[in-house]
Structure formats: structure tokens, C-alpha cells
Write a protein that binds this ligand. Structure first.
Ligand code: GLN
Length: 470
């Protein structure tokens, strides 16, 4: 049923880079078999899922949206994918994305743009745009995405679905194609908060294959979700929520304000001045880490190799043929920020060690140097979260924009990440969920997503709040 729906919609949406029909059918048959024999089935048995193409899938090509990785078939599953399979999920295919996670509209995919199911002239957001579009169009029940600077939350917002960016280290990064390792998080995109909670419960938890993965055991995040009929008349009584002043976006303010009216006991506003400094710091740190991470794509170890007479020109031709222009731009900027003479002015300023301990960011390897701008962001958000149970803001300044609208202006594209990147710098979790619709001046109505930002490792509480709001 899902495969036929998927195929029918695929020509209009392009959500998937690869669909694994044979494997999906055999996995579904295996679950039928288990049921017939009366065997115990996993918590996600038969749940049809899409996997963002930057998560390794054993025996199924994994490209991270890049031509450079065409033909790369991983010999292993990413930890999150292996856990889904063990829980009985049916992996139906790999979803489209901006190349290596670099983008906010899915237009930087090396293969195809994905279109928004609400209006196919518009982008689905990015970089996990394929996952969000597939879930919104019911091509699959849920999907995995990754979030380095908003890539789960912003596409969830543009496509009117639920996205969860877990606390840094909550879900293993083993088998995730690295973009910026100190910011990358794996998380679910789903149609409801309860579905997202079910997926997160399966994929979270310690993993010896990722040293930055927290030792905290996973929880059953669905347990605390009170069924709607059992909710009291004032389910948010005693909860303290605050809206982040700096983030009321032009295109989405009305929808957000109307949604917030429904939240009882609200009225608080916090001012987080760090929102202004977070965006440039994010782009310095993410691009610096990316320039280092992407040096492995040299034509020797993975994917494509260009023909050439000698080594240097092989490197050059391979990269020229395989990497898109946005990826090249980012490698150049990251390399520049890390160069001798510029390092102190750019990278160190964004990421400088501070003697202060504490903050929300958690590292399993004990004391790590705390960065300067990052520390500011962590402290400010951390102290606001001591007063409030959750902070609210839109996931993006606008609803989904038109295909091609921002492709010639990278800076305009980067600015769209204003509301999401701070959390990645601070390592905090957030749930993005639909909160209403915004009428577009150009016609039509589009979904708007609201972020609920919570305390480090407070996903359980956050999902409960989101479920009540939903
Ligand atoms: N849009 C942001 C970027 O291009 C975030 C991407 C992501 O979270 N992978 O860096």
C-alpha cells in the first residue's frame, strides 16, 4: 500500500533518492511471518520509514545527496538505522537532501530538487527536505533526519509535520555522514508527536561506536504522553513557558501569536540577545568543521574517482566533478577561517575556550574547552531554561518559499536559519510542530511550525508539552 502511494506521488515530489522495494517487501513479509507464528514483534513492527540519505544503510547506496558518493554502498547500518530495523521498522528508501546537509531548501541536492507537498511550486525546506515531504505526503509513516543547524525542524515546519532535534549526544552519530561533528544530531520526523516519541525511544541511548554519545539510557518517551481524553481542563497549569522576543518572524508572526493564545499560563517573554551572534558563529564553526570532515572525499576512499594521469589532478578532477558549488563554497570558507593568520580572528572567536565550566552542552569525554560565542549562547539559553520549562519561537522566519527564490543569494538562504542554529550551538533539544497556517501574499496558505526548546536531556518533558499543545 505504501509503496504504491510512494510511487504515485514521487513524480511530483522527488522525495526519495533510492527506493528499496525488494528489501521492504521481504522485511514486511518477515514480520507477517513472526505474527503468524505468534512470535513477539518489535515496537515499530511494520512501520514504513524513510531514511535521510546521509545515514548509512547496509547494501543500499548512501550518497548524502552528493554525486561524489554515487556508487558508495556502505557495508554497515548507521546505529540509528540498525536500531530501527531491530525494532521491526520497514526501511522503504533513502530520502533526498541538500548535499552533505548544506542547505535549507533541498535545492542543493546533487541529484534533484524535492517539492513541497502543500504546493509543489515551493521548497520543502532543508536539508532533510526529502524526509519531511515524504512524511507530509504519507509516502512513509515516519523518517529519520539529521539536524546540524535546523535541518529537521525547518523542513518539518515548511511541510506541516513534527520534527525532533534531540539533545547533542542523545542519538548516536555512528554511520551518519559527517557535516559538522560537534553540531550534528540524528532525529525523527513524523506525522504526530506520539509517532516521533516512539521513534526517538528506539534510536536514542548509548553507543560504544560514538564516543560523543551520552551514556544515558533511552527512555520510553511515549509513556508520559497523556491520552487527549484523559487531559485535565487545564493541562498546562503550573508549566512555565516563554516566547523568545528576538524571533517573531515577519511571515509567521500571526500564526504563532494565535497558537500561543491557546497556551494557558503564558504571557512571559524572554529576551535572548545571543540570537544575533549565533548565526555568524554557527556558519564559522559549521563550515570550519565541514572543511575538515569533507577532506576525505579525495577519490581514493569513497564513491567516484575521476580519470587522471597523476594524483593531484585526480583529486582536483574528482572534487570538481563530484561536489556542488555550495559545498565547494563552504569548504573554501571553512578552510579560510581555519588558516594561519585568520584562525584567531574567525574560528577562535566563534569557538574560543573559556575557563567557565557548566552550560548545557554535554560531552561524554569529560571536560572539553568551552567556546566563547558558544558559551554565551549556552549560558543565556541555559539560564532562561532555569526559569522556564520551555522556550517558544517559530522554526523559520517565513513559511515555505518558492522554488528558485533564494538560489542565487546564499546569504539570504543562510539568514533563514536564524531561529534554529542557536540550539545546535548549545546542544539543546527542541520539538517543532505545526501551529497554524500563514496566508501568503502571493496566494495560498501554508503551514507554520513552532519550536518548543527544552532543557538538555529533557526530551521526555518536552514531548509531553508538545503532545498537549498538539
Ligand atoms: N541550513 C543549515 C546549513 O546549511 C543547516 C543545515 C543542517 O542542519 N544540516 O548549514
Amino acid at each position: 500500500n505504501y509503496l504504491s502511494g510512494l510511487r504515485r506521488l514521487e513524480p511530483q515530489l522527488n522525495s526519495f533518492i533510492a527506493v528499496d522495494v525488494e528489501h521492504a517487501l521481504s522485511q514486511a513479509a518477515a514480520i507477517d511471518n513472526q505474527l503468524a507464528k505468534g512470535e513477539e514483534i518489535g515496537p515499530l513492527a511494520g512501520v514504513v520509514m524513510g531514511i535521510k540519505d546521509n545515514l548509512c544503510t547496509q547494501g543500499l547506496q548512501t550518497t548524502a545527496g552528493s554525486k561524489e558518493l554515487r556508487g558508495y554502498v556502505p557495508p554497515y547500518d548507521a546505529t540509528a538505522v540498525a536500531r530501527l530495523r531491530a525494532a521491526g521498522a520497514v526501511v522503504v528508501g533513502k530520502t533526498n537532501m541538500d548535499e552533505f546537509g548544506m542547505g535549507s531548501s533541498c535545492e542543493n541536492s546533487g541529484f534533484q530538487p524535492t517539492f513541497n507537498p502543500w504546493d509543489t511550486d515551493r521548497v520543502p525546506g532543508g536539508s532533510s527536505g526529502g524526509s519531511a515531504a515524504a512524511v507530509a505526503a504519507n509516502q512513509c509513516i515516519a523518517a529519520l533526519g539529521s539536524d546540524t543547524g535546523g535541518s529537521i525542524r525547518q523542513p518539518a515546519s515548511f511541510c506541516g509535520v513534527v520534527g525532533v532535534k534531540p539533545t547533542y549526544g542523545r542519538v548516536s552519530r555512528n554511520g551518519l555522514v559527517a557535516y559538522a561533528s560537534s553540531l550534528d544530531c540524528v532525529g525523527p520526523i513524523a506525522q504526530t508527536v506520539a509517532d516521533a516519541a516512539a521513534v526517538l525511544s528506539v534510536i536514542a541511548g548509548p553507543d560504544s561506536a560514538d564516543a560523543t554519545c551520552s551514556q544515558r539510557p533511552s527512555e520510553d518517551f511515549t509513556e508520559g504522553l497523556v491520552p487527549l481524553e484523559q487531559l485535565s481542563s487545564k493541562p498546562l497549569a503550573g508549566r512555565r513557558l516563554a516566547v523568545i522576543q528576538e524571533t517573531s518572524g515577519e511571515g509567521v508572526a500571526e500564526a504563532l501569536a494565535a497558537a500561543i493564545k491557546h497556551l494557558q499560563e503564558l504571557g512571559a517573554e524572554v529576551s535572548l540577545t545571543c540570537f544575533g551572534v549565533g548565526l555568524p558563529a554557527y556558519y564559522v564553526i559549521a563550515l570550519s568543521e565541514a572543511s575538515s570532515n569533507l577532506s576525505r572525499y579525495d577519490g581514493v576512499r569513497y564513491g567516484q574517482r575521476a580519470e587522471a594521469d597523476e594524483l593531484r589532478s585526480m583529486y582536483g578532477k574528482t572534487r570538481h566533478n563530484g561536489l556542488g558549488s555550495e559545498v565547494a563554497r563552504r569548504i573554501l570558507m571553512g578552510t579560510y577561517a581555519l588558516s594561519a593568520g585568520y584562525y584567531d580572528a574567525y574560528y577562535k572567536r566563534a569557538q574560543q575556550a573559556s575557563s567557565q565550566k557548566g552550560g548545557a552542552l554535554w560531552y561524554s569525554c569529560g571536560e572539553m574547552p568551552r567556546p566563547l560565542v558558544r558559551t554565551l549562547v549556552q549560558r543565556e539559553m541555559g539560564s532562561a531554561l532555569q526559569q522556564y520549562d520551555a522556550l517558544l519561537c517559530p522554526a523559520a522566519p517565513t513559511a515555505a518559499y518558492r522554488v528558485g527564490e533564494k538560489t542565487s543569494d546564499p546569504l539570504a538562504m543562510y539568514k533563514g536559519d536564524l531561529m534554529t542554529v542557536n540550539l545546535n550551538l548549545a546542544g539543546l533539544p527542541a520539538v517543532c510542530l505545526p501551529c497554524g497556517f500563514a496566508e501568503q501574499p502571493s496566494g495560498g496558505t501554508l503551514p507554520v511550525g513552532m519550536q518548543m526548546i527544552g532543557r538538555a536531556f529533557g526530551e521526555g518533558d518536552l514531548l509531553q508539552l508538545a503532545h498537549i499543545f498538539e
